[in-house]
Design a protein around this ligand. Structure first.
Ligand SMILES: *Cc1c(COP(=O)(O)O)cnc(C)c1O
Length: 344
């Protein structure tokens, strides 16, 4: 059996989730007639302290629908240079919506209110690009699963409100931030104009994300979802997986976090210096290594899959399909691989 720690996207629906999906009441969602989709949208909107929500096939689409509703063509969105919206969405903001992005370095993906305030140009005049919106990612994926502090988000909200700028939350893993910090989802959600969340990461649904916002923005997002080819018909089958995940897979994220912390602690004991376990806040562990490729290859041969963030950093992600035995195996195989490649 492979232990797949490349991402929390690799989870497979549980037997109970498949049953809930098979039994879902469905209708044509393009006509607004799928009761299960509507139930999911309303539930997520309420959880996030927003008026309305729209179900999307992917988190990228949810993010892009949010960004385009906040930023007109020719204006810019500010985000950190490791944000998913700039690193992992294939230039969609520019390609689909005429949005430019301006980025700044943010260690571990942390919010730096002063830096962002310096960069914002709400009204840049006739020669420079004007800023329309700021993006926050929580937890921060390529930053190593770090949780954005509510206090920082609040300060950023004040600054952006004063400047007349909008804010988008890429909350693909907001569930993890909520469970790790104890902060209610709505306390995060209500500070933003648009919020995206993924059901197909740690929550374990096979497909699906949700964009939540005001009723007006969500109505506009529905038009653009259809225009982009994301109008889906009897999709309650998928929404049911999301509803099941909300009922059964949110609080258990604490187990993934505990396993990630244990994995980091045991690896740090076995191979001193490869990771600081105190930096592990949720389900993502980043290991610093001399060279990623041979370690990934060696671990794969031994049945453990991990991914590289860049040439010197491995990303190891715990999730629903990783139990205590899998963590034991991963510690064994990764520490062997790290030691073997250190010897050269
Ligand atoms: C996974 C992820 C998304 C969405 O990815 P899709 O593959 O398009 O569903 C968005 N933001 C972050 C931070 C992610 O990790």
């Amino acid at each position: 059996m492979l232990v797949d720690l490349r991402s929390d996207t690799v989870t497979r629906p549980t037997a109970a989730m498949r049953q809930a999906m098979a039994a879902a009441d469905v209708g044509d969602d393009v006509y607004g007639e799928d009761p299960t989709v509507t139930a999911l949208e309303q539930r997520v909107a309420a959880l996030l302290g927003q008026e309305a929500a729209v179900f999307t096939p992917t988190g990228s689409m949810a993010n892009q629908l949010g960004l385009r509703s906040l930023c007109p063509p020719g204006k810019e969105v500010l985000c950190d240079d490791a944000a998913h919206v700039v690193r992992a969405e294939l230039g969609a903001a520019a390609a689909l919506s005429g949005i430019t992005t301006r980025t700044y370095g943010a260690p571990a993906g942390r919010i730096d209110v002063e830096r962002i305030t310096d960069l914002m140009r709400p009204d840049a005049g006739p020669y420079l690009v004007s800023t329309a919106a700021v993006v926050v990612e929580n937890t921060h994926n390529f930053g190593g699963g770090t949780v954005a502090h509510l206090e920082d988000i609040r300060r950023l909200r004040e600054v952006t409100r004063d400047a007349g700028l909008a804010m988008h939350l890429d909350g693909a893993r907001l569930w993890n931030a909520h469970v790790a910090s104890g902060t209610p989802l709505s306390a995060y959600g209500e500070l933003f104009d648009t919020v995206s969340v993924c059901l197909s990461k740690g929550l374990g649904a096979p497909v699906g994300s949700v964009l939540a916002s005001s009723a007006e923005r969500v109505a506009e997002a529905r038009v653009w979802r259809k225009r982009l080819g994301g109008g889906m018909r009897q999709v309650g089958i998928l929404a049911a997986g999301g509803l099941h995940a909300l009922d059964h897979h949110v609080e258990r994220l604490a187990d993934d976090h505990a396993r990630a912390r244990r994995l980091a602690t045991e690896l740090a004991d076995a191979v001193p210096g490869c990771v600081d376990p105190s930096c592990v806040e949720t389900n993502i562990v980043v290991l610093e290594v001399p060279d990623v490729a041979p370690i990934v290859a060696r671990a794969r041969e031994a049945g453990v899959l991990v991914g590289g963030l860049d040439a010197r950093h491995l990303r190891v992600v715990t999730h629903l399909d990783v139990d205590d035995d899998a963590v034991d195996r991963a510690v064994q195989v990764l520490s062997d691989s790290l030691r073997a490649t250190a010897r050269g």
